[in-house]
Design a protein. Structure first.
Length: 314
């Protein structure tokens, strides 16, 4: 019985070991299968990531090119080649004075202009040579004509001087006769003028002695614009009535000024009295307001005290 039980235990143990071994093999196979599936999934994920990166790269390459970016012009390697030159022509509106892109002698057609200037200078030089030769020939001809005209003019001048000398002698003779006649007429005229001057002087002295100027007639100073106006160079001063009228007017002005001062003094006194009354009324009103304010405070204090007692009693 013990041997059969022992064999039975051994068989059970072998069966358990075989079952455990089968289970381990099954677990190992499952682990291998899981590892294989895991590797396949990782490979698939890598392929998908690779495909996604490729698709992103292709999309960026086809639809997101660097030249389509907003900030591409800041790092464009071909910017200088694409940019317009600083000056397209001599009349480019961008070439302002402050731009310092155009100076004297640096125009774009410099060589053509220099060639044209050289040709122009050569033409000017030839023209100056021709003008100089023509001027020299004209000067020679002008000198010839000048010498010829000078000789003819000298001859005419000598003839004219001779005629003028003869005319001068005739004029001098006529002038002497005329001066002699004029001297005699002037002596007679001076005699008559002297007589007339003496007569005029005597008349003037008589008129001055008998006129209003020396007699100091006050009517002579009255102006033609009215008797209230005078002629300064004929006026001899005021008479007694005029001086008395002026003094009376001055006294009236003094009295009027004193009256105005007295009225102003009374008006100032009245204003002072009114200001004093207003100040007193204001003071009485302020005292009345202060009294009312004290009474209101006392009433308010009594009410507050009554309320305080009621509150404490409650």
């Amino acid at each position: 019985v013990d041997k059969d039980a022992l064999d039975s235990q051994v068989k059970d143990k072998k069966i358990q070991e075989a079952a455990e071994k089968a289970r381990n093999e099954e677990l190992a196979n499952e682990s291998k299968q899981i590892d294989k599936i895991t590797c396949m999934l990782e490979e698939r994920q890598k392929n998908e990531i690779r495909n996604i990166n490729k698709a992103v790269s292709d999309f960026q390459k086809n639809f997101q090119k660097p030249e389509t970016r907003r900030e591409f012009d800041l790092s464009d390697p071909q910017a200088l080649k694409k940019d317009r030159p600083a000056r397209l022509s001599d009349s480019d509106p961008r070439c302002t004075v402050s731009g310092l892109q155009k100076f004297m002698g640096e125009d774009l057609n410099y060589h053509q202009r220099m060639k044209f200037q050289k040709e122009q200078l050569r033409e000017w030089s030839l023209q100056q040579q021709r003008d100089w030769k023509n001027a020299l020939a004209d000067q020679k001809f002008a000198d010839y004509l000048y010498d010829k005209n000078r000789i003819e003019l000298d001859q005419k001048t000598m003839e004219q001087q001779r005629k003028e000398e003869e005319s001068r002698r005739a004029v001098c003779a006529a002038t002497k006769d005329f001066n002699r006649t004029q001297a005699s007429e002037m002596a007679g005229r001076k005699k008559l003028e002297k007589h007339q001057k003496m007569k005029d002087d005597m008349d003037e002295i008589s008129n001055l002695l008998q006129g209003d100027l020396l007699s100091e007639n006050p009517e002579q100073a009255v102006s033609s614009f009215g008797r209230h106006r005078v002629i300064p160079d004929r006026w001899k001063g005021m008479n007694r009535d005029q001086l008395m009228a002026i003094r009376y007017s001055q006294q009236q002005q003094v009295l009027e000024k004193l009256r105005l001062k007295e009225e102003e003094h009374q008006r100032d006194a009245e204003w002072d009295r009114q200001r004093l009354q207003a100040a007193r009324a204001q003071l009485v009103l302020e005292r009345h307001h202060q009294r009312q304010s004290r009474e209101c405070r006392r009433a308010l204090d009594s009410v507050n005290a009554e309320l305080c007692r009621e509150q404490k009693s409650k």
